[in-house]
Design a binder for this molecule. Structure first.
Ligand code: PMT
Length: 455
């Protein structure tokens, strides 16, 4: 797809900003992006902190830039795993890529030893985004045909993560109608095309086909996470457990680590929202560009939410709020004198129900943590708490729910149930935010400055 020069591009503060360079390329008639930049480039570049990037390296002289790309991605906070094709190893060694990425480099599909560590399907699931840079004409042709005859092409097919390729080839190869037809097929199927750049090539010719520079690749990779779906909205999120003190050293709490709620806050921020996270005690660092209010008890969480609900467009209650607290907190440590100890508990305020009762109420999303009968319990909670959407998860089993890095969510609203696959909490949160954005914009069409958009 050639970008339409008549379409306005966002301007960036500095003329050397990669987006402005990309704009120049577009005006020169080069392919630059699978989609208009207005959607994916946000002036505030989202950090790549904690993003898992699978970098594929294929056979091209531009592979010498791959080590620098890894370094830049890691400097931006991403974790990078590298997969190389056989041809790539003719240009740069796996040892170099291992040294810069800090992880063993995967090269072969049927590698018993490597598969016993992180299998290729696990690796495909691990990635938040797949970037193939440099992408040779041959590799792009393979992906366009849906072939999976080596590890990297298999991962491109097996991963549900967004895929971007940075072409690197001789200008004749790039201009060849067969390559252009492959590019069009890739774009039609949601693959982002980063570049190519134009200029003097390794072969001595001049034209389009040079891989874009590592800094530009990093900027564009970061932009892959920006959906713009919640631009202009205030999102209030609760996360983590609450601590309900029994005495100065003991408390009632639960196993919530805060990972799910923090991931929701991050995903909302990446979707362009102004996010406030009200967090119970966790060991997690506050997400970047999110206002984080730290609280301890359910009542403190209630107060922090009440103080902000009037300005929230969307509320997501991911916290595991203690339903009860001790009626009295002992001033001193309770001594071990009797064989039994009676503890009187009283109800904590229900934060979620109070938000949906607020006038006007934001778009309200509750979580449901259940140990069985997930859908039925979620429907009951949807009705009882009068919320717009419930994200329900099974808890009490390893691999998802409390503390785990992954989660298996079902989303329940008045229209029915959507089941998400088992995903990392970061991916599950991005999916959840997308579903929230679609429903929010459907409910508030007048406020729909930019239609909910995604690949
Ligand atoms: O933090 P992690 O380790 O990543 O684990 C994630 C999680 C399992 C905690 C999360 O995915 C989750 O399920 N959060 C909700 C936990 C919970 O308390 O569920 P519940 O079914 O008891 O409560 C239903 C809803 O009411 C929740 O949105 C909860 O935040 C809210 N609630 C509950 C009680 C209360 N007093 N006030 C509330 O707002």
């Amino acid at each position: 797809m050639r970008l339409n020069p008549a379409k306005p591009f966002l301007r960036y503060p500095s003329p050397s900003h990669p987006a402005n360079r990309t704009r120049e390329l577009a005006s020169e008639g080069h392919y630059v992006f699978a989609e208009p930049l207005q959607v994916h480039f946000n002036p505030i570049m989202v950090s790549l902190t904690n993003k898992r990037i699978l970098l594929g390296v294929t056979g091209s002289i531009a592979a010498y830039k791959s080590a620098e790309t890894v370094r830049r991605l890691r400097e931006a906070g991403a974790e990078v795993r590298v997969v190389m094709t056989r041809a790539a190893t003719e240009f740069i060694t796996a040892l170099t890529m291992q040294a810069v990425s800090g992880h063993p480099v995967r090269q072969h599909l049927l590698d018993e030893q490597a598969e016993s560590g992180m299998g290729h399907i696990e690796l495909a699931r691990w990635a938040d985004a797949v970037l193939v840079a440099p992408a040779s004409a041959n590799f792009m042709a393979k992906v366009a045909q849906g072939r999976a005859d080596d590890l990297l092409s298999t991962l491109c097919l097996a991963s549900g993560a967004p895929l971007a390729v940075a072409p690197a080839m001789n200008r004749q190869m790039w201009d060849n109608p067969l390559t252009q037809s492959n590019v069009a097929t890739l774009q039609k199927n949601g693959v982002r095309i980063f570049g190519p750049d134009s200029g003097t090539q390794a072969c001595g010719e001049t034209g389009a086909g040079r891989m874009i520079e590592p800094n530009d690749l990093v900027t564009m990779t970061a932009a892959m996470f920006e959906t713009g779906e919640l631009v202009g909205l205030n999102v209030l999120v609760t996360a983590g457990p609450t601590w309900e003190p029994i005495d100065p050293v003991r408390m009632i709490t639960n196993r919530s680590s805060g990972k799910m709620g923090y991931a929701v806050a991050t995903a909302a921020m990446e979707a362009g929202a102004r996010v406030t996270l009200v967090s119970g005690p966790t060991a997690l660092a506050s997400p970047e560009r999110v206002e984080c209010i730290r609280v301890t008890t359910a009542r403190e969480m209630f107060d922090a939410v009440q103080a902000r609900v009037a300005t929230a467009h969307v509320f997501v209650g991911a916290a595991a709020v203690a339903d009860y607290r001790p009626a009295q907190t002992a001033v001193d440590k309770i001594k071990k004198t009797a064989d039994t100890l009676d503890l009187v508990l009283i109800r904590n305020p229900d934060i979620l129900a109070s938000v949906s009762a607020h006038t006007p109420a934001p778009f309200v999303v509750g979580f449901a943590a259940e140990t069985g009968d997930l859908e039925r319990n979620a429907v009951a909670k949807l009705r009882a708490k009068r919320v717009d959407l419930i994200a329900a998860n099974l808890v009490g089993q390893p691999g998802s729910g409390f503390e785990a890095d992954d989660n298996h969510l079902i989303l329940v609203d008045a229209a029915g149930t959507v089941e998400l696959p088992l995903l990392s909490k970061a991916k599950a949160a991005r999916e959840l935010i997308h579903h929230i954005a679609v429903r929010y914009h459907a409910k508030n069409p007048a406020e729909n400055p930019r239609l909910a958009h995604r690949q």
